[in-house]
Each structure stands twice: as structure tokens, then as C-alpha cells.
Ligand binder design. Structure first.
Ligand code: DSN
Length: 415
């Protein structure tokens, strides 16, 4: 970044500091990752100079001879990797992707059924402060209080009662497998479209560690930067007969020109995700999440649903005498980054909830394994027991830094 360092030393310095922070900390936010150097290069390429409203072969601007080839290649890679008939790779991120799908499938006021946000759903699954909960009639299913899991009979009963136009399956804080076949049956029974938002688990699906949503879902949305380990972006996959409606909803319905540098970087990530190395990576994510869950469970941490099937754990700290926010801030001081999170039936408010959410995609990209997860679990236990102990936090931050030096992160400067 020689040019940047000369032309804008302030931004350069802050990027370098962020890079060092990412390098020297254990990052457990389940929606974050480290992309490869190749993804970074495509993402920072001259494609950012282009405008390309429309789709390959049907643009509103001339000068698309290379951009058309790139977008077509990325579409074909997405279709092949997920087994989809159609792919739109233009959504700017997950929220606009979901919004575009609802615009394509529903009239305003029709029922949108999704997992309640405090039970692990996403804002765009019809939560009231999101436009998706304002334009459409929200219908919310929950997880069971005793098990922390989705009760598919209860989902079916609610769908039969409310008759939503769209049912969304997908989550941001649900540590268990999703039964896409069960959701598909319910959707068919009530005449709803099934939309699977696989943003969190896309990498696990293509890596063979989670069942895929096709052919059960009518439409699939995913971000590209979580377990899939690509740039910040999103995709929509669907059957051929819905393709035109989806494409029109993305452009011109909701967006202008696609971010071609992101499209290219998504393509690079999709190529990487089709390799045997990526399958091993997906397996490592799940194995590591289980190891971290086992270590924390053995230390008296209360895990929502009792454990994990995927890349994340949701920890209810109610029995530890500390809130999620206090714990997350203390962990950050010790070099361990996570986010505070509501837990199902949380008596506390979302800005200072009872839980923390932990995930293993980023540490698994550094090739850390189960031994490292157990060590991280021990550190989390120590910090949660003494959150105000500055000397403890400094000691653990030093040890975290040492661990991180042994496991270099893709795409970052070496220490
Ligand atoms: N904000 C993302 C997450 O952290 O799960 C979801 O969009």
C-alpha cells in the first residue's frame, strides 16, 4: 500500500492498525473471516472504476466486454457450486438481497414469516425496526424454551394459522442444523414460498458439513463473506421460472450498478470454495466449534441448545453473574473478540443482553485446531470470572498474541 501510505497517511495508518488488530487477536465473531490474498486483490482491482447497470449481454452502458465475461463466469460458478438453476450475483449485501427477494415474491402487506430476532433470526426476516417488518405483515416463529431448538410442529401450526406468503428459514444465532426439507413441506402445505437465508452456513453447505436448501427452497439468499470466505457481498439463487422476477427486483427494482470488483472477488472465493482444501476447512470449523463448546460446557457455561452442530455457539451468561456486554468488552481487552447477543427468552435488553455469540470460521482459517479451541475456552473462563482484572487481561492478551503468531492469518502481514 505504498501509494496509499504517501497520499493518505491517516487512512493508511488506521488500516494498518486494523490489520495488526486482526492479526494479533482471536476473532470469534461467527460472521467474520479472513479472505485470501487473491480475494483481496480482486476486491481492490480496477473493476471498481466501472458502471455496468443491467446484466451480461443486456447492459445500459457500453464498454462491458470484460465485465460481462467476469459476471457470467461468477454466475456459472455459483450455479455449479450450489446446484442452482439461476444465480444473481449483484446484491450489495445480505439485507438488500433479502429485500429484493421479498419485492419479487410478495405484495406489500402480505405475510412474511421468519425466526424472531431474539431467537436467532435476522432483522430482515421481518423484525419491526427493519423495513421488512414494516412493508410486510410479520409472522414470527420462535425456538422452544426448554431445548433452544426450532419446533417444526409449532412452525407448521403457526403457518397454517397465519398463511404467510413467504416463509424464511435461516438464522444468525442458531447453533443447530436447519431442517430444510421440513420447512419445504410446511411451505408447500400453506402455499407459501420458502426462502432459505443461508448467509451464516453457506461455506458449511458447500463444504459438505450442513445439508443444502435446494431443492426444498424456492429461493436461496446468502452473503458471501461469512463461512464462504469471500468479499462483502451477496447472491440470490433460484429456479429458472423465478429468475426474471428476482433479477428485475435486484435491478432496476432496488439497486443501480453492480459492484464489479466485488463480483470478481466473489468469483475467486467460489473457485476456492470448490476445492478439497475448502471441504477440510468446513470440517475444521465444525470440529473446532464442538471443541470450544465442550470446553465451555465442562466449565459450567450454559450453551443455548446444549451445544452446536455448526460454526457457532450461543452462551447464556445468566448463571455467571455477568452480562453479555461486560463479558465481550472484557474479552476484547484480553485479545478475544466476540459479540454480545440476546439469548432466547432473554430478560435483558438487546443492547446489553445476557449472552455472547462465538464462532470458529476465522480461527479455522488460521488453521487453529481443537487444542487451541480448548485453550481459548480456558481463557474465556478466566476472563468471565474476573472481568475487571486488568493484569489478567494483559497476560491473556500477550498469550493470545503469541498463539496468533503461530497461526498466520490468510491475507495479512506477518508479524
Ligand atoms: N450481522 C450479521 C451477523 O453478525 O450475523 C448478520 O447479518
Amino acid at each position: 500500500m505504498e501509494a496509499l501510505s504517501k497520499s493518505d497517511p491517516e487512512i493508511f495508518r488506521l488500516i494498518r492498525e486494523e490489520e495488526q488488530y486482526q492479526r494479533d487477536s482471536v476473532r470469534l465473531i461467527p460472521s467474520e473471516n479472513y479472505v485470501s490474498q487473491a480475494v483481496l486483490e480482486a476486491s481492490g482491482s480496477v473493476l471498481t472504476n466501472k458502471y455496468s447497470e443491467g446484466y451480461p449481454g443486456r447492459r445500459y452502458y457500453e464498454g462491458q466486454r470484460f465485465v460481462d465475461q467476469i459476471e457470467t463466469l461468477v454466475i456459472e460458478r455459483a450455479k455449479a457450486l450450489f446446484g442452482a438453476e439461476h444465480a444473481n450475483v449483484q446484491p450489495y449485501s445480505g439485507s438488500p438481497a433479502n429485500l429484493a427477494v421479498y419485492l419479487a415474491l410478495m405484495k406489500p402487506g402480505e405475510g412474511l414469516m421468519g425466526l424472531s430476532l431474539p431467537h436467532g433470526g435476522h432483522l430482515t426476516h421481518g423484525w419491526n425496526v427493519s423495513v421488512t417488518g414494516m412493508l410486510w405483515r410479520p409472522v414470527r416463529y420462535t425456538v422452544e424454551r426448554e431445548t433452544g431448538r426450532i419446533d417444526y410442529d409449532a412452525v407448521r401450526a403457526l403457518a397454517l394459522k397465519e398463511r404467510p406468503r413467504v416463509i424464511v428459514t435461516g438464522a444468525t444465532a442458531y447453533p443447530r442444523l436447519l431442517d430444510f426439507a421440513a420447512f419445504g413441506q410446511i411451505a408447500r402445505e400453506v402455499g407459501a414460498y420458502l426462502v432459505a437465508d443461508i448467509a451464516h452456513i453457506a461455506g458449511l453447505i458447500v463444504g459438505g458439513m450442513h445439508p443444502g436448501p435446494l431443492p426444498h427452497a424456492d429461493v436461496v439468499t446468502t452473503t458471501t463473506h461469512k463461512t464462504l470466505r469471500g468479499p462483502r457481498g451477496a447472491m440470490i439463487l433460484c429456479r429458472k421460472e423465478l429468475a426474471e422476477r428476482i433479477d428485475r427486483a435486484v435491478f432496476p427494482g432496488l439497486q443501480g450498478g453492480p459492484h464489479n470488483h466485488t463480483t470478481a472477488a466473489i468469483g475467486v472465493a467460489l473457485k476456492e470454495a470448490a476445492t478439497p482444501a475448502f471441504r477440510a476447512y468446513a470440517e475444521r470449523i465444525v470440529r473446532n466449534a464442538r471443541a470450544l463448546a465442550d470446553e465451555l460446557g465442562a466449565r459450567g457455561f450454559n450453551l443455548v441448545s446444549g451445544g452446536t452442530d455448526n460454526h457457532l455457539l450461543l452462551v447464556d451468561l445468566g448463571n455467571k453473574g455477568i452480562t453479555g456486554k461486560q463479558a465481550a468488552k472484557a474479552l476484547d481487552r484480553a485479545g478475544i473478540i466476540c459479540n454480545y447477543n440476546t439469548v432466547p427468552y432473554d430478560p435483558r435488553k438487546p443492547f446489553d443482553p445476557s449472552g455472547i455469540r462465538l464462532g470458529t470460521p476465522a480461527v479455522s482459517s488460521r488453521a487453529m485446531g481443537e487444542g487451541e479451541m480448548r485453550q481459548i475456552g480456558r481463557w474465556i473462563d478466566e476472563v468471565v470470572a474476573r472481568p475487571d482484572d486488568a493484569a489478567l487481561a494483559a497476560r491473556i492478551a500477550g498469550a493470545v498474541g503469541e498463539l496468533c503468531r503461530q497461526f498466520p492469518a490468510p491475507g495479512l502481514l506477518r508479524a
